[in-house]
Write a protein that binds this ligand. Sequence first.
Ligand SMILES: [Zn+2]
Ligand SMILES: [Zn+2]
Length: 256
Amino acid sequence: MPTTITFLGTSAVTPGAGHDTASFVINRKYLVDTGWNAAIRMLSHGISPLDLEYLFFTHFHQDHYISLPQVLFYRNQRSRDREHVPPLRIIGPEEELERIVSLTTQFIQIEKLKGGFVEPELHPLSPGSSFETDAFLIETIKSIHPVPGLVYRFTDKETSKVLAFTGDTAYHPPIIEMARDADLLIHEASHGPNRPKDTTWGHAGSPEAAEIAKEANAKRLALVHCPEAQQEAAVEAAKVIFPNTFWPEDGETVTL
Ligand SMILES: [Zn+2]
Ligand SMILES: [Zn+2]
């Protein structure tokens, strides 16, 4: 089975109408960050939230987890559609994972849910630690961002295809090793076509993402996470350094 990546959104912190912030689904079973509206956007691209087995968080800034309540509530409400909906396994930076999930279950008031609530299974990760699923070997390093964050490398155990993705991060040379020979690198480009003068906010520009992809010998670079108006310019600036760069369309599925 080839690895597929379906982009639910690629916009900045506050997406425009009809868009969502950076979030995607791997193999229709792994959600990476929730954006603002993951459950409904999955449905509009023909993917059921009930099929999710894993949810990976890059970090816990609001634009990356704000629809977690929707994902858990949707699965709970529709679980009667299936004979067995397994607990969602949620993976993310160890410093904040348990607190965010606990706040979420309080917010959706699980005690009021008819038929009970299946608690998610939590797997807190620290940078440098790895994780394994039936399909992937997963390695991590830390991102450069104001809150704890992880950069992930997924290696398909069957095909050896590699997907690397950053979440939010400033330019960070160790990402080159995480993206080494990757079939696809998904790198944030919050600063659009510009190199940031001030890296305090922990974000990158597209020329920096392109340098990482080039040094890593990645095959393709997908840019995400800048305002819609800057996306075309971001791709143009990156292509000067790494020609095989694109900005994924909302709903686009890339096959490795
Ligand atoms: Zn963000
Ligand atoms: Zn962030």
